[in-house]
Design a protein around this ligand. Structure first.
Ligand code: SF4
Length: 452
């Protein structure tokens, strides 16, 4: 019995990743100025990764002695034809490409498990005679799946009723993703701005996020609002395995808010330090979950690069989307401390929020320049189907193609702004930030501190 995990993408000139934005994916289109196009090209060549659940499914099936392959190339007809079952990943940024594939003759003759949160949200589009929508977290489904052929075929003739819970209860039950298999076919890059050139292994220590921004965010949709954790020992065992098998010391934690639980974060860092792993890692977190002592401990454990969501400098704009955060002075102090510890900080801002206008966005750009962060990201507020906020936007969506919901376009009718304004503001922001002599010097300094 052969399974094929098919993970397909449109042909765009920018980086496309399905794992980000809670499995909806993002397409980093920084703008259309010469400068922004150069950044698009650079990032698309330097950073990549597959959806984590695809690699988890691969390991789950392999451990159950089933033949399973992972493939991104839609033209690999032989692999597709030979598969008894296809497991197709889904995302908003590849939606039309995925649906086009499902309508090809080769796909129509296959039994296809549709996996991932977007396939669940847009069931009507993905449900065809020969498809089955895998409910909830696909790892849980494939862990518990009866692999008898008749049982499997039952999913495609309506005989099979699934009783599987949405989420994996105990994350330590999951096998480790087999990145050495993946690396034989595809690179795992994250060399942005000179961050060391070894493979960057994605790793998940926790899943879920309970914060108020669930209103517009897709992570709680994919992973739930209750936070689940792996034991620190289980995480460290996976790190050790990758150090040994993949000869790297570089890891990208894909947790939605890495330091959401202080005690857990301390335990994990202490385990990493105790085992003398000497790793370098990247995390994404919320500034309100950092303090001076925790920053020092994270640094000792190997933190090199941290992404923090700030979104806007304007409290009223943030209130408009129910995002509650710490005040601007506190943000400055924490970022300064991180930078002084030799940690590179990327602050992430969001343009086109409902109460934004050109003035609030320009002030946010000025604010991003006033902070000590070495890197910035300006993305665009996107009302995603499936999120609570979407109901209020359904009638205002102006973008017809879901693949354009890549977090870098204005997809709804905004009361003050057009998409062309947003593109100009992105061009202006990136150029202003990265051509500023002070920032350029900081970036160059950060290169040298990160280069080995
Ligand atoms: S903090 Fe907010 S934006 Fe970040 S993952 Fe949680 S809900 Fe989403």
């Amino acid at each position: 019995m052969k399974f094929l995990i098919l993970d397909i993408y449109p042909n765009d000139d920018w980086r496309l990743v399905k794992d980000t934005a809670g499995g909806y994916g993002t397409g980093n289109d920084f703008g259309n100025s010469i400068f922004s196009k150069a950044v698009n090209f650079f990032v698309s060549k330097m950073i990549s990764m597959p959806p984590m659940y695809a690699l988890y499914i691969h390991s789950i099936l392999k451990n159950r002695n089933v033949s399973v392959e992972y493939e991104r190339n839609i033209n690999n007809k032989k692999l597709i034809e030979e598969a008894d079952y296809i497991i197709m990943t889904t995302s908003i940024i590849s939606h039309e490409t995925e649906i086009n594939f499902l309508n090809t003759n080769i796909a129509k003759n296959k039994k296809i498990f549709i996996s991932g949160i977007f396939g669940n949200v847009l069931k009507d589009k993905y449900k065809l005679k020969n498809t089955f929508i895998v409910p909830g977290e696909p790892e849980n489904f494939f862990l518990n799946l009866n692999l008898d052929k008749n049982e499997l075929d039952g999913f495609f003739n309506g005989d099979q009723k699934t009783q599987i819970n949405n989420y994996v209860d105990n994350l330590d039950d999951l096998p480790f993703p087999d990145w050495s298999y993946y690396l034989k076919k595809y690179p795992l890059k994250n060399n942005f701005l000179g961050y060391n050139k070894k493979n960057a292994i994605p790793i998940l220590a926790s899943r879920g996020c309970p914060y108020s921004c669930f209103n517009y965010c897709t992570y709680p949709l994919q992973q739930g609002r209750k936070v689940r954790y792996r034991s620190p020992k289980n995480v460290v065992d996976e790190i050790k395995l990758n150090i040994e098998k993949n000869r790297t010391n570089k890891f990208v934690f894909r947790d939605p808010v890495f330091s959401i639980n202080r005690k857990y974060t301390v335990d994990l860092c202490e385990e990493i330090i105790k085992e003398e792993l000497k790793i370098e890692f990247l995390i994404e977190t919320h500034l309100k979950n950092l303090d001076d002592d925790l920053i020092a401990l994270l640094k000792k454990a190997g933190l090199k690069l941290v992404y923090v969501g700030i979104e806007s400098s304007n409290p009223d704009v943030l209130k408009g989307v129910k995002r509650f955060t710490i005040d601007n002075d506190e943000q400055y102090k924490l970022i300064k401390n991180l930078v002084e510890q030799g940690i590179v900080v990327k602050s992430m801002f969001m343009f086109g929020q409902p109460d934004d206008n050109e003035e609030t966005i320009k002030r946010t750009i000025d604010y991003s320049l006033s902070l000590p962060n070495q890197l910035v990201q300006y993305s665009v507020f996107t009302p995603y189907p499936g999120t609570p906020i979407y109901k209020a936007y359904e009638d205002k969506i102006i973008e017809k193609k879901y693949e354009k919901f890549n977090q870098y376009n204005l997809v709804y009718q905004h009361k003050n702004l057009e998409n062309s304004d947003i593109i100009k503001l992105k061009n202006y922001g990136y150029q202003k930030f990265y051509s500023n002599f002070k920032n350029l010097t900081t970036v160059l300094k950060s290169f040298s501190s990160l280069l080995r």
